[in-house]
Design a protein around this ligand. Structure first.
Ligand code: MEV
Length: 457
C-alpha cells in the first residue's frame, strides 16, 4: 500500500497506466487490475465514448437499468426505464403505476420551459442612471448575442427577457443581470452560459462606449456569469385522482376511506415538518433521478432545483399534496425541472438514446411529465406502505437478495431462503442465522459462502 503522496500528471497517463498506478493503493494490485478491467467494454469505440464523458477513468461502475411498465400518462401507456441501485424503487413504482393505470392513469401538464441565467457585476455609479440606460443596454445584449441565439430562435426559443437586479443595499456596488431563456428541447446549459459570458463582454463594452458614463462610471467588474439551476417556471404538475370507493383494495387491512384519510394526513405532515418533508421528497426523487439518469439528464441540477422549490415558502416542505374532499381523492406533485431530449449525453450515451427511443422520443415537456410521474408514483407507493404495513416488509424482502449475495449464496440456498422468508421478517441477522443453519446441512455449499463470520451491514 502506497502512502497518499501528491500525484503529479495523473491525467496525462494512459487508462492502463492510471489503473496500474491506482492498483498499488490496494492490497492486491494484480487482482484489482484484472477485476476492474472485467468491467471494460469489449467494444473499443463504445468504451472510448463512455470514457470521454468524464476524466481519469479507470473502469465502468455498474448500476442496474430496469423498466417500470404500465405508466399511463394523459392516456398514453409508457414503459419507463429507470437507472437505480436501490432495491424496491422499481417494484414500488411498478405497483403504483399498475394501480393507477386501472384507475384512469396519471395526468400531467407543463407550465413553461423557461430557464434562468445570471451575470453578477460590480459598478460604482448611481443606480438610477444604470436603470435609466438599462432598456438600451438590454437591446444591446440581445442584439450582441444574435449569432449565438439565431439557431435557438429558429427553433422557437432564445432569450425571453433580461432584468436588472440591484443588490447594492446588501453588497457594495453589486448588480445582477437576470436573464430568462427558452432552450426548447435542450437542457441548454451550454447555450445559456455562452450567452451569459457574451453579456459580460457586452455590458463592459456598452458602458465604456457610452458618453453618458464618465470617470469611475466606466469601471465594471464582472464577478461571474452562470446559469441558475433554480428554474421555478420550468414547472411540471402531475396528479392522480379518483372517487374514494375506487381506492378499495389498496391494502387488504384498510377500507378505502380509512386509507384516504391516513394518506392525506401523512402528506400533510410532510407539509409542516421539515424532517419528514426531506424523506418524503427523497422518495419522490427516487423516481425522478432514476429517469433523469436513464435519459442522460443532469439529476444533480434537477435535485437542486426541486429542493429549492420545496423551500420557496420559507420552510422546506413536501413537493406533493393530497386532498380528500367530497368523496374524491387527489394526489399531485408540482416540481420545476430542467430536462432535455436533445444535445449532451441524451444523444451520445448509447443507453440514454435507447431510453428515449423506448419513451417514443419525447420532447422536453413530455419527458418532464414522465419523470415527474415516476416521482409521484414512487411517492404514492412509499406513503401507501408507510401508512399501512410499513416500509420494511417490502424493503427487506427486496434487500434479502442483496444480503444473500453478500454471503455469495448459490442458487439452491437462494431459492430456499426466498421460500422461507415469504412469511418471515427479513433482517441481516435472521438471514445470517438461516444461512448458518442451511450450511450445517449442506456441507458442499459452505465452501463457496463468504462473510459468514462478518458483523457488517
Ligand atoms: C426510501 O428510499 C424512500 C422512503 O423513505 C420515502 C418515504 O419515506 O416517503 C420510503
Amino acid at each position: 500500500m502506497k502512502s497518499l503522496d501528491v500525484i503529479k500528471g495523473f491525467s496525462k497517463l494512459t487508462k492502463k497506466e492510471k489503473l496500474e498506478l491506482v492498483s498499488h493503493y490496494f492490497h492486491n494490485p494484480a487482482e484489482i487490475i484484472k477485476e476492474l478491467q472485467e468491467y471494460w467494454l469489449d467494444d473499443h469505440h463504445k468504451q472510448t465514448l463512455i470514457d470521454e464523458f468524464s476524466e481519469n477513468t479507470i473502469t465502468n461502475f455498474m448500476v442496474p437499468y430496469g423498466i417500470v411498465p404500465n405508466v399511463v400518462i394523459n392516456d398514453k401507456n409508457y414503459l419507463v426505464p429507470l437507472v437505480i441501485e436501490e432495491s424496491s424503487v422499481i417494484a414500488a413504482a411498478s405497483s403504483s403505476a399498475k394501480f393507477w393505470a386501472e384507475r384512469g392513469g396519471f395526468k400531467a401538464e407543463v407550465k413553461s420551459l423557461n430557464k434562468m441565467g445570471q451575470v453578477h457585476f460590480l459598478w460604482g455609479g448611481d443606480s438610477a442612471k444604470l436603470r435609466e440606460f438599462f432598456p438600451e443596454l438590454k437591446a444591446y445584449l440581445i442584439h450582441g448575442t444574435r449569432l449565438i441565439t439565431s439557431n435557438m430562435v429558429n427553433r422557437g426559443g432564445g432569450i425571453l427577457d433580461i432584468e436588472l437586479k440591484d443588490f447594492t443595499d446588501k453588497i457594495e456596488n453589486c448588480y445582477q443581470l437576470l436573464a430568462t431563456f427558452d432552450t426548447r428541447n435542450a437542457m441548454g446549459a451550454n447555450f445559456i452560459n455562452s450567452c451569459l459570458e457574451e453579456f459580460a463582454v457586452l455590458i463592459k463594452e456598452f458602458i465604456n462606449d457610452k458618453e453618458d458614463f464618465k470617470g469611475k462610471e466606466k469601471d465594471v467588474t464582472i464577478v461571474m456569469s452562470i446559469l441558475s439551476n433554480y428554474t421555478p417556471d420550468c414547472l411540471v404538475r402531475c396528479w392522480v385522482d379518483c372517487e374514494i370507493p375506487l381506492l378499495e383494495g389498496v391494502d387488504k387491512d384498510f377500507s378505502a376511506e380509512e386509507f384516504a384519510k391516513k394518506f392525506e394526513i401523512a402528506v400533510k405532515i410532510a407539509e409542516i415538518d421539515t424532517y419528514r418533508a426531506t424523506t418524503h421528497n427523497k422518495g419522490i426523487f427516487n423516481g425522478i433521478d432514476a429517469v433523469a439518469i436513464a435519459t442522460g439528464n443532469d439529476f444533480r441540477a434537477i435535485e437542486a432545483c426541486g429542493h429549492t422549490y420545496a423551500s420557496k415558502d420559507g420552510i422546506y416542505k413536501s413537493l406533493s399534496h393530497c386532498t380528500v374532499e367530497n368523496n374524491h381523492f387527489t394526489f399531485s406533485l408540482e416540481i420545476p425541472m430542467a430536462m432535455g431530449t436533445v444535445g449532451g449525453l441524451t444523444v451520445l450515451h448509447p443507453l440514454a438514446k435507447r431510453s428515449l427511443e423506448l419513451l417514443d422520443n419525447p420532447d422536453a415537456e413530455e419527458l418532464m411529465k414522465i419523470a415527474a410521474t415516476l416521482g409521484l408514483a414512487n411517492n404514492f407507493a412509499a406513503v401507501r406502505s408507510l401508512v399501512t404495513k410499513g416500509i420494511q416488509i417490502g424493503h427487506m424482502k427486496m434487500h434479502l437478495v442483496n444480503i444473500l449475495n453478500y454471503f455469495n449464496a448459490g442458487v439452491d440456498l437462494k431459492n430456499n431462503a426466498l421460500e422461507y422468508f415469504k412469511d418471515q421478517k427479513v433482517s441481516f441477522k435472521s438471514v445470517s442465522n438461516f444461512i448458518q443453519e442451511y450450511a450445517k446441512n449442506n456441507k458442499n455449499e459452505v465452501k463457496q459462502l463468504t462473510n459468514l463470520d462478518s458483523e457488517k451491514h
